[in-house]
Write a protein that binds this ligand. Structure first.
Ligand code: AMP
Ligand code: MG
Length: 337
């Protein structure tokens, strides 16, 4: 299959491919999504095939109009409208009990559905042009870092999907915040740009943080969010998070410097490091860390890095999302020096 590279104003072309049951990678404010008609199980099954995604990992359904929540969910708790008021369109995904129109391919057989209304103008126009909600996981090969540019998508998906719409680099850089309202108490399943504190303010209630957000799941533990149990976001390199001061980090890494070793560091620290460095923003800029993280992990693969030592960022605010992704990229390898 030849993968078309479309410009962000070629909305009608993208919509036509989706209506015919094809796959189109689309820009969103979080990461690029690999979209298909969410109401058609056969189209959705192609997403799993193209990504090599495990069959038990459900997809998020993207909508452009709030009314679509009512057709996708069996029941819409009133607080959904408050959350939509505060955060939609934007990077928040809400899990609700699903209605009958949502095919099992989307939910991986669960009786709940994840719904989000993206804010990226091209994403919104493409959903409207398709005329249906779009199921769209991140547009990377399963296990790889999520794509934040059209070039990242082409690297993983060229020849496997119908088209990629190039909307430039993604603004947020990490996937949406995922909460479930299908449990007795609202629960955070995946951290993102919208923080737990911001959500609690709207809920007027506590948002429980699922153990899998910063912890490692046990072998036979049942995942509230199936995506959390997989190795994720990984470049080919071994990733190791190193906690400590800049001085102790530099001493540790410099003792291990080599051709295929790199360090992921904060801006301005590169002079202290003897091996190849990749930057991911100022030390206290959690938004920059989020925006640059996946591009940095992908750069490792491009440069043949075999070991990547990472300066440990803070886990407050959007930092919680950055740490959640980094811990999975590192398979929970954290060293203190
Ligand atoms: P991705 O779109 O690649 O960012 O992955 C979607 C994430 O949402 C994965 O971690 C899924 O496990 C999670 N997800 C989607 N639908 C559900 C659902 N019904 N219940 C729990 N988690 C879900
Ligand atoms: Mg993903």
């Amino acid at each position: 299959m030849q993968t078309l590279l479309l410009k962000s104003n070629q909305i009608d072309e993208a919509g036509a491919i989706l209506r015919k049951g094809g796959l189109v990678a689309i820009p969103t404010e979080t990461v690029y999504g690999l979209a298909a008609n969410a109401l058609d199980g056969i189209s959705v099954a192609k997403i799993f095939e193209a990504k090599g995604r495990p069959q038990d990992n459900p997809l998020i359904v993207h909508i452009a109009d709030l009314g679509d929540v009512e057709t996708l969910a069996a029941y819409v708790p009133p607080v959904v409208y408050d959350l939509a008021d505060a955060f939609w369109p934007g990077p928040l995904t809400i899990i609700l009990d699903k209605s009958e129109i949502v095919p099992d391919e989307v939910t991986a057989g669960l009786d709940t559905v994840a719904i989000r209304m993206p804010s990226h103008p091209a994403a919104r126009k493409i959903i409207r042009a398709a005329g249906v909600p779009l199921a769209a996981p991140s547009a990377n090969a399963s296990g790889k870092p999520s794509p934040t540019t059209a070039a990242h998508v082409m690297k993983d998906m060229d020849g496997k999907i119908d088209a990629v719409v190039d909307g430039g680099p993604c603004e947020v850089g990490v996937e949406s915040t995922v909460i479930t309202l299908a449990t007795r108490q609202p629960r955070l399943l995946r951290p993102g740009r919208i923080t737990p504190e911001e959500i609690e303010e709207v809920l007027g209630d506590e948002l429980i943080i699922d153990d899998a957000v910063l912890g490692k799941m046990k072998e036979n533990e049942k995942a509230a969010s199936p995506g959390m149990k997989y190795k994720h976001y990984s470049p080919s390199a071994e990733v190791i998070i190193v906690k400590g001061t800049l001085e102790s980090f530099a001493k540790f890494v410099n003792g291990r410097a080599g051709e295929d070793v790199a360090a992921l560091v904060f801006d301005g620290e590169e002079d202290k490091i003897d091996c190849k460095t990749i930057n991911f923003g100022e030390e206290n800029d959690d938004l920059a860390h989020a925006q640059k993280l996946f591009d940095a992990l992908r750069a490792c693969d491009d440069e043949g890095v075999r070991t990547l030592y990472v300066r440990c960022p803070g886990d407050e605010g959007v930092g919680l999302a950055v740490m959640n992704r980094l811990l999975r990229a590192a398979e929970f390898k954290v060293l203190e020096v």
